[in-house]
Write a protein that binds this ligand. Structure first.
Ligand code: NAP
Length: 279
């Protein structure tokens, strides 16, 4: 049976470390979170971020704006936050309502306060291996692998999904750690065969049970990024968990795997931003 990669326990440990380091700073780290509209999932995420800030002893501010907010008004708010010294990190919860250009909004966040790691400056830094904020989800996955002594070096790593926030940065981080990386997407024709070569398989698609046991190399490490709802409304990932755990050597559960580490890495990035701003 596979080892369960316990992201929840690791996240608690990471947040404890962040809290200790934050307490040693002259000024409390500050995070501003912007939510536009009334997407219920976004509301849940924003509430958890506020709770994480409280746990880590951070100062946090929330801006809940109506769905009718214009792009100009949103960017104006971001510019104000960029200029405020006590705000170390700015996060704009995605998705944004139709009519607002997400890229323009993300570009407006100062790269030094971009604790989500979505600004092209930080993405570019990751591409060329320079210092910058790492996107929280792939960052959290690398921390899980490190915690459990899983070294990507020389391994076949397969990432399913090529989004800017998960798939692509995930592939780059595995490559940085000397994995041999393949990225799959909706036009990949031989998905099962490619996945069966994977020593480390990362699924970031958003389709219930799309990763089945016959796609798994015996002994593979399986990381399930997705957060889906099954027919019964229960939170689940992309991986057919029970069948795949019988084949894998290690697996992340959903919930309790990647999700909590994504949140913990947001706190870590905010701490890093505060440390940089105070030096
Ligand atoms: P996304 O932007 O929708 O990207 C999904 C990717 O899956 C795309 O690259 C798409 O390919 C690919 N894909 C779709 N159908 C496929 C198929 N049949 N075979 C192979 N690839 C296929 O999603 P995302 O933002 O990366 O998020 C992915 C999942 O992770 C979602 O469930 C999301 O909720 C979850 N998520 C979780 C966390 C966390 O903290 N746990 C954080 C972020 C996201 P194309 O590019 O060709 O369209």
């Amino acid at each position: 049976m596979a080892t369960i990669l316990d992201g929840k326990a690791l996240a608690a440990k990471c947040k404890e470390n962040v809290k200790e380091e934050a307490a040693a700073l002259a000024r409390t780290p500050g995070l501003a979170v912007i939510i536009v509209g009334d997407n219920p999932a976004s509301r849940v995420y924003v509430n958890s971020k506020r709770k994480d800030c409280e746990e880590c002893g951070f100062f946090s501010e929330e801006y809940a704006l109506p769905a009718t907010t214009t792009q100009e008004a949103l960017i104006d708010l971001i510019h104000q936050l960029n200029g405020r010294e006590e705000i170390d990190g700015i996060l704009c919860q995605l998705p944004l309502p139709d009519g607002i250009d997400e890229e323009a909004v993300l570009m407006a966040i100062s790269p030094e306060k971009d604790v989500d790691g979505f600004h092209p400056m930080n993405m570019g830094a990751l591409l060329v291996g320079k210092e910058g904020f790492l996107p929280c989800t792939p960052y959290g996955i690398m921390e899980i692998l490190a915690e459990y002594g899983i070294d990507p070096k020389g391994k076949n790593c397969v990432v399913i999904g090529r989004s800017n926030i998960v798939g692509k940065p995930m592939a780059l981080l595995l490559l940085q750690k000397h994995g041999t990386v393949t990225v799959c997407h909706s036009r990949t024709t031989n998905l099962k065969e490619v996945c069966r070569q994977a020593d480390i398989l990362v699924a970031a698609v958003g389709k219930v049970n799309m990763v089945t046991a016959d796609m798994i190399k015996p002994g593979a490490v399986v990381i399930d990024v997705a957060m889906n709802r099954n027919e019964a409304g229960k939170l689940c990932g992309d991986v057919d968990y029970n069948a795949v755990s019988a084949m894998a050597s290690a697996i992340t559960p959903v919930p309790g795997g990647v999700g909590p580490m994504t949140r913990a890495m947001l706190m870590k990035n905010t701490l890093l931003a505060a440390q940089k701003h105070q030096n």
